[in-house]
Design a binder for this molecule. Structure first.
Ligand code: A3D
Length: 307
């Protein structure tokens, strides 16, 4: 029997995550939403796509948390997405209420699960999910740094006119204006982009990465990005259920790394069955470390706003 991954929220991100998980084949997927019929309809549609795309996966749609029982990973995408002109932090009140009920229900039926948070504002919601769940920090993490790195990889590949597969990008910090892309550690086939591109080109890549989500929100006019976010959440859930020990940039609780304690922030983390099995501390310059500490302060300043 395959491990079970529950995806809460059958909207844009949740559906893409469920579909990519089904295609990847490492887990059975339960898709749950408050809207009746929505997860059931999408689960049927995805199951039938298996005939065309050549995968067998058990995808169940439901409105009942009893069907999520004994999930190995619960991916939480339930919540409002931003509209043009909104910051991610504007979502905090409404999404905290949704997060509370989702976490309480999930924990009741899957007391040993790893919670993977996608709902925005990401860094704050991940901290909140840990608080509500009472789980140890290794079993609650957030998706976003992987997405932010993917966006930076795209902008580097586009600038260098090379394959995205040859590009590595390092992004730390928060999922917002204080994100910390690190050009010095971002490479094309091992060569740092600081040796390949001009300072102006690098600044443009950093700015586009930081505003990557807002650019898509402005173009879509309603809703936010979902293909890359859903794929990133699926890749992380798979890394956990397969006990892969892959190092993936994740939103994790820091416990002294980078001089920061008790704050959820983006950093490279080894993922396996226990969730976050190790947070890696990479050597940063004083400026990079300072930027990370600014991000930590900004995220922490939002904690008192939570109910
Ligand atoms: P959307 O397509 O609106 O889907 C959200 C779904 O959540 C809807 O189907 C709702 O019915 C459902 N929902 C609402 N309340 C509940 C509940 N209590 N229980 C179960 N389901 C519920 O939005 P989306 O999929 O585009 O985005 C979902 C969330 O992810 C938003 O908060 C986005 O801001 C966030 N998001 C985060 C990232 C990151 O990189 C962290 C990227 C993209 C989106």
């Amino acid at each position: 029997m395959k491990p079970k991954v529950t995806v809460v929220g059958a909207g844009n991100v949740g559906a893409q995550c469920a579909y990519r998980l089904a295609q990847r084949g490492a887990a059975d997927v339960t898709l749950i939403d408050v809207v009746e019929g929505l997860p059931q309809g999408k689960a049927l549609d995805m199951s039938q796509a298996g005939a065309v795309d050549g995968f067998d996966a058990l995808i169940t749609g439901t409105n009942n948390y009893a069907d999520t029982k004994e999930s190995a990973v619960v991916v939480i995408t339930a919540g409002l997405a931003r509209k043009p002109g909104m910051s991610r932090d504007d979502l905090i009140g409404k999404n905290a209420a949704i997060m509370k009920s989702v976490v309480e229900n999930s924990v009741k039926h899957s007391p040993h699960a790893v919670l993977l948070i996608v709902t925005n504002p990401l860094d704050v919601m991940t901290h909140y999910a840990r608080r509500i769940s009472g789980y140890p920090a290794n079993r609650v993490l957030g998706m976003a740094p992987l997405l932010d790195a993917a966006r930076m990889q795209y902008f580097i590949a586009d600038t260098c006119k090379c394959s995205i597969k040859d590009v590595y990008a390092e992004v730390l910090g928060s999922h917002g204006d204080l994100m910390v892309p690190v050009p010095r550690l971002s490479t094309v086939k091992g060569k740092p982009i600081t040796e390949l591109l001009t300072a102006e080109q690098i600044k443009a890549i950093v700015d586009k990465t930081t505003n990557g989500g807002a650019e898509i929100v402005a173009l879509l006019k309603s809703g936010s990005a979902y293909y890359a976010p859903g794929s990133a959440a699926a890749a992380m859930a798979e890394a956990i259920v397969t006990d892969s020990k892959k190092v993936i940039s994740s939103c994790v609780q820091l416990s002294g790394q980078y001089g920061i304690k008790n704050v959820y922030l983006g950093a490279p983390a080894k993922l396996g069955k226990a969730g976050v099995e190790e947070v890696l501390e990479i050597e940063l310059t004083a400026a990079e470390k300072g930027a990370l500490q600014n991000a930590a302060q900004a995220v922490q300043a939002l904690y008192p706003v939570l109910p």
